[in-house]
Design a protein around this ligand. Structure first.
Ligand SMILES: C[S@@+](CC[C@H](N)C(=O)[O-])C[C@H]1O[C@@H](n2cnc3c(N)ncnc32)[C@H](O)[C@@H]1O
Length: 390
């Protein structure tokens, strides 16, 4: 039997499992479909598909900026002609049609007839505030980094982890590191925080489901290190009103200063304590039960990541404190395309890196910590790395 026939059989089997809600079947089926696609594609198909992806992203960003995604979502799933969608805008009818056809080809909207379209669940998600914030950040701030990358490679030699005095790709394009850049731009900082809060929308399960925090903790102290505006602790408190311990949110003063009234009242209602903290300085909360840190270590080269982790390790109490890191554990033999792309996103934005298990082990060892267990959650999702002080 050829490989493609085997894959088709496998997909049929996984589809049955998926319909019975077998855990992991959905992800395995998507991986098998991708494998089948690459098996069937000729070299030419693979390369051209890849090459044109960039223009799909350009077109999507144009449609968002021109208000087309908002306009079609506002119709609530009812079919609408491109003419109606374009009425009242300052854009050419023909241009609108071209963009809507592109969105339909990517299944971001449905085409219901010639020049007639409707919004789907994907469109609604695409139009959400968090998703729009992501599209703006990726396109408006990271496209210029990509556009300068060839000059950056030739000028700097692109060291994986730039030393002081050396520039990484973001600094090369914008003159300052990413976090400094966004601190000077309130609109961008707002989009960044919005994007961070929307990461789990429709996708990644809560960390306290992947690692069963509440099964072993009725009280105690949980600290979210660099937890941005506290949405992770707010979700925990909402789902576990019986928790009698203390929830502490740490981040930079500039992040707390940007909390709007709604965010502030969520924090207050959840009984969360705010602690301003620069994570390169000593951790002020000593001996907490849980130190949780999500999507932060991949922002930093090894040297800074060790400095940061050592501060938390120093504050941890053996036998009581646990560190839970939510980040990708990269499969270095069969990497998921999203994890691989995210790794390059980290490189371009922050001189950061998505790490393999071996790399995590070394990083934690160098910080006075050791891995107890990795709680996996699917190849395209981050895992929870549970660690204790050595
Ligand atoms: C990629 S975001 C992750 C936020 C949050 N943990 C999440 O998963 O959505 C990184 C966070 O680190 C914070 N941060 C950056 N530099 C920091 C520093 N030196 N000390 C403390 N927090 C910092 C940012 O404000 C931001 O909230």
């Amino acid at each position: 039997m050829t490989h493609s026939f085997r894959l088709i059989e496998q997909i049929q089997f996984l589809n049955q499992q998926r319909l019975q809600n077998v855990k992991g079947a959905h992800e395995d089926m998507l991986a098998a479909i991708l494998e089948l696609k690459y098996e069937v594609q000729r070299p030419w198909d693979t390369l051209w598909e890849n090459r044109f992806q960039m223009f799909c992203s350009f077109g999507k960003r144009m449609a968002i900026e021109m208000g087309l995604v908002q306009a079609i979502t506002d119709r609530g799933g009812a079919p609408v002609s491109s003419k109606d969608l374009g009425a009242g805008t300052r854009f050419d009818q023909g241009l609108i049609e071209r963009l809507l056809r592109l969105l339909a080809s990517m299944r971001l909207i449905d085409m219901t007839g010639k020049n007639e379209f409707k919004a789907t669940e994907v469109t609604t998600l695409l139009n959400s505030k968090g998703s729009t914030a992501y599209d703006k950040i990726f396109f408006d701030w990271l496209c210029p980094v990509g556009a300068n990358i060839v000059r950056c490679i030739n000028a700097t030699g692109l060291p994986q982890f730039p030393e002081s005095g050396q520039q990484g790709p973001f600094e090369y394009a914008f003159g300052v590191p990413f976090y400094e850049h966004i601190a000077q731009r309130p609109g961008l900082k707002q989009d960044f925080d919005l994007a961070m809060s929307a990461k789990r929308d429709g996708l990644v399960p809560q960390w306290f489901h992947v690692y069963p925090v509440m099964e072993e903790l009725e009280t105690g102290v949980i600290v979210d290190v660099a937890g941005n505006k506290g949405y992770e602790l707010v979700s925990l408190a909402a789902e576990h009103p019986e928790f009698e311990g203390t929830l502490i949110l740490e981040d930079l003063p500039s992040t707390f200063a940007q909390m709007n009234e709604e965010e502030q009242s969520k924090i207050k209602d959840a009984g969360i304590r705010l602690q301003e903290y620069d994570f390169f300085t000593p951790q002020p909360i000593k001996g907490a039960n849980i130190y949780f840190i999500r999507d932060v270590l991949h922002d930093w080269p090894d040297k800074e990541a060790v400095q940061l982790l050592s501060q938390t390790a120093e504050a941890m109490e053996p036998g009581r404190s646990r560190l839970l890191i939510e980040d990708h554990v990269v499969d270095d033999e069969n990497i998921h395309p999203t994890a691989a792309a995210k790794d390059i996103l980290m490189l371009l934005t922050l001189n950061g890196i998505e790490r393999t298990l071996e790399q995590w082990k070394v990083l934690l060892e160098d910080s006075g910590l050791m891995i107890v267990k990795v709680w996996p959650d699917g190849p395209d999702h981050p895992s929870i790395i549970e660690a204790v002080k050595t």
